[in-house]
Write a protein that binds this ligand. Structure first.
Ligand code: FUB
Length: 325
């Protein structure tokens, strides 16, 4: 770790106190290209734009060096007003918050509705074999987040489209223009369902979407009359996408937008617009000393569109993005 890349100083910490919810336990740093976070391993980025800030939530790889598997207990939260200067906040959520779960703080996403923040997570269920999706809620995007239901929102016995037990992972949520919220998720198949306006219950049947070489990590975003469904493609993973005029499809497959992420068999993207610029946020396995598929690191590069709305191939860079005003 370069000290210049991660400054925990009193002055910088005090600087971060300008945020209404900032605490003296916040730390600030200037990212120096990709990966943007270099003092811990971060994975499965999900980003939310709220009140002129980007809230970046990630998983946290903590496997012992050389261990071939995920060790993930909590999620992290970073904020930025320019995509380069970041504040790290104390972890707002740990898998222990979900009493019905036993392990694995896997991929997640936070979304705001009516002043409340809902954090959808994938975890291992304690009594129903397999992965499950839970939801936590908070009055602040920085937490504390509390289990919103006391039970899982989706369990492995609710989904039968594929046989393995880890198909209920990688939740992503979008609220459509008419106020209807949708949950997308899945490994091996892309599931989706409506959410009730309370954001904590499914509303109606679970449907599936067929996409070429779909592996996992769906992310849905909207731009200029088009819905975009991006996802991890094959394994090791590239990121591909489909476009549609409705959130209920039909989805037209459009191709690959990101190639294999260096030294990581997963890639896991989030796509946001912030201050007029689109960003592609993903992870790779570039951060020494333990860099690899179970020690991943979040990166940010630009995302550009063609005139017809299709997405240009992402160019992954070491330099990353520049500060945005
Ligand atoms: O981090 C655990 C799993 O790896 C996620 O759920 C997948 O998207 C992949 O990134």
């Amino acid at each position: 770790m370069k000290i210049s890349q991660y400054l925990i100083t009193l002055g910088l910490a005090l600087g971060s106190l300008t945020h209404a919810n900032a605490t003296s336990r916040d730390t600030t740093f200037h990212s120096d290209g990709n990966p943007i976070i270099r003092h811990k391993y971060t994975a499965d980025p999900a980003a939310m734009v709220y009140k002129d800030k980007v809230y970046l939530y990630t998983g946290h790889d903590e496997a012992a060096p050389g261990h071939n598997g995920y060790t993930m207990h909590d999620w992290t939260c970073f904020t930025s007003s320019d995509m380069v200067n970041w504040t790290e906040h104390p972890s707002p959520l740990n898998v222990k918050e979900f009493k019905w779960a036993k392990a694995d703080a896997w991929a997640s996403q936070v979304i705001e509705r009516n002043g409340k923040f809902y954090w959808y997570v994938a975890v291992e269920h304690g009594t129903i074999p397999g992965k499950a999706i839970g939801v936590a809620v908070s009055d602040s995007p920085l937490g504390p987040f509390k289990d919103a239901r006391g039970s899982a929102l989706v369990t492995n016995d609710m989904t039968k489209a594929v046989k393995h037990s880890w198909d209920d992972i990688d939740p992503t949520v979008i609220i459509d223009k008419d106020g209807q919220a949708y949950l997308f998720w899945g490994n091996g198949i892309c599931y989706y369902a409506k959410l009730k306006s309370n954001m904590t219950e499914l509303d109606g049947e679970i449907k599936t979407i067929t996409l070429p070489h779909y592996t996992e990590a769906p992310w849905v975003h909207y731009r200029n009359g088009w819905y975009y469904l991006s996802y991890a493609y094959e394994f090791p993973e590239k990121i591909a996408y489909a476009m549609g005029k409705s959130i209920n499809g039909p989805w037209e497959y459009k191709g690959i937008i990101n190639e294999l992420a260096g030294n990581s068999n997963t890639n896991h993207q989030a796509i946001i617009e912030f201050k007029g610029q689109w960003y592609f946020i993903y992870h790779n396995g570039a951060l020494v000393p333990d860099a690899g598929s179970f020690h991943r690191s979040v990166c940010i590069d630009y995302l550009y569109y063609n005139k017809d709305g299709s997405i240009k191939r992402v160019i992954m860079t070491s330099e990353g993005v520049k500060p945005v005003k």
